[in-house]
Design a protein. Structure first.
Length: 329
């Protein structure tokens, strides 16, 4: 997939002018702005309705840009970049002193990733070549392109629905391949720690790091906004249920006159139930790919409740489990 040259030029011009551009990545769509321009970054927070102290991920065209943005880079960061970039992994590293507070939420660390989507990479390279901030060029700050606390968009149509005319340009790169946000690993303080689970799981990270990273236990103020208890949430209430309780619960809901949306991966639809049934793939990657689209779709159906058949509690499902727990919080 390659961008129309006129569209690419327009996107770069908008970014250079301090405007927003929504862009596809392999995880979810991002709402991008020039990361070296605090006024541009402020527009991201305004468009999303997001608290301004939440740090953003800076997207880079390649790992050769890493030391422009990060300082005291440990060998583990280079190794992970080599193994997984371009791809769905964000590294938290000590920042270079010049990196704006608007991007880091005033912290002394910065989140960096090279996304694995051809359109994002093409835009990042063209923006870096345009060099609007000299040696500080090339970074696009981009949180997920949804309003604060809502479901991340995995198609250009979702972005249109979330942000519409608040964004002057939405680049369409088709449906996102991964479908949930990147794995975030903090390398800024001693033992590597996973702040947000994702498609790249602890086992694969351990193959590069030599050791299993720690798992962050959320406490107090969020360093990661995705770690707020209620996040990635539809408007319709969401309830997670163990597979063996699913049918009884849905029968009760039927008697109570509550029409539910059901998100299942194993339990087939039941005859005589008024509920709206959606089957998701029974493997974690396929499930993640379809999850946000399915939640968004059910959220549009005027249902009383979205009931999710809880996936297995195994490590392979931990990223999906994490997003479902937050959707239900
Ligand atoms: O897959 C993704 O990561 C997508 C695509 C667009 O790249 N982006 C994304 O951004 O999910 P956002 O802003 O919705 O989530 C980024 C997470 C936030 O939870 C933020 O708090 C965390 O990254 N983050 C960014 N910089 C950080 C830092 N210096 N320390 C701790 N957490 C940080
Ligand atoms: Mg987000």
């Amino acid at each position: 997939m390659s961008l129309d040259p006129a569209l690419l030029a327009r996107a770069v011009d908008l970014l250079k002018a301090g405007e927003l551009v929504a862009l596809p990545t392999e995880t979810v769509y991002g709402l991008g702005a020039d990361a070296a321009n605090p006024a541009a970054v402020a527009k991201i927070f305004a468009a999303k309705g997001r608290p301004a102290d939440h740090p953003l991920i800076v997207h880079l065209p390649g790992d050769d840009w890493l030391d422009q943005w990060a300082a005291d880079i440990p060998q583990a960061a280079w190794d992970l970049a080599e193994a997984f970039w371009p791809g769905p992994l964000t590294l938290i590293l000590n920042k270079q002193p010049w990196v704006p507070d608007a991007v880091t939420g005033g912290q002394d660390t910065v989140g960096l990733r090279v996304p694995g989507h051809p359109v994002a990479l093409e835009l990042l390279k063209a923006f870096a070549d345009a060099g609007s901030h000299g040696r500080h060029a090339g970074g696009i700050a981009a949180p997920s392109a949804n309003r604060f606390g809502r479901i991340s968009p995995t198609t250009a149509a979702h972005v249109q629905e979330e942000l519409g005319e608040r964004v002057p340009l939405i680049l369409d790169g088709g449906p996102c391949q991964v479908g949930i946000e990147s794995t975030i690993i903090d390398l800024s303080r001693g033992r590597p720690e996973i702040l947000r689970p994702g498609h790249i799981g602890p086992q694969r990270l351990a193959e590069v790091l030599g050791d299993l990273p720690a798992m962050h236990q959320s406490q107090g103020a969020p360093r990661v906004s995705g770690s707020l208890e209620s996040h990635y949430a539809p408007v319709t209430p969401v309830r997670l249920l163990a597979p063996e309780r699913l049918l009884d619960f849905l029968t009760l809901q039927r008697h109570a006159g509550v029409r539910c949306g059901v998100l299942a991966y194993d339990q087939p639809a039941q005859a005589g139930m008024p509920h709206l049934w959606r089957m998701l793939p029974a493997d974690p990657a396929g499930y993640a790919h379809d999850l946000y689209g399915a939640l968004r779709d059910l959220d549009h159906q005027q249902l009383g409740l979205i009931v999710v058949e809880a996936p297995p509690a195994s490590p392979a499902w931990s990223a999906v489990q994490d997003r479902l727990r937050r959707a239900a919080a």
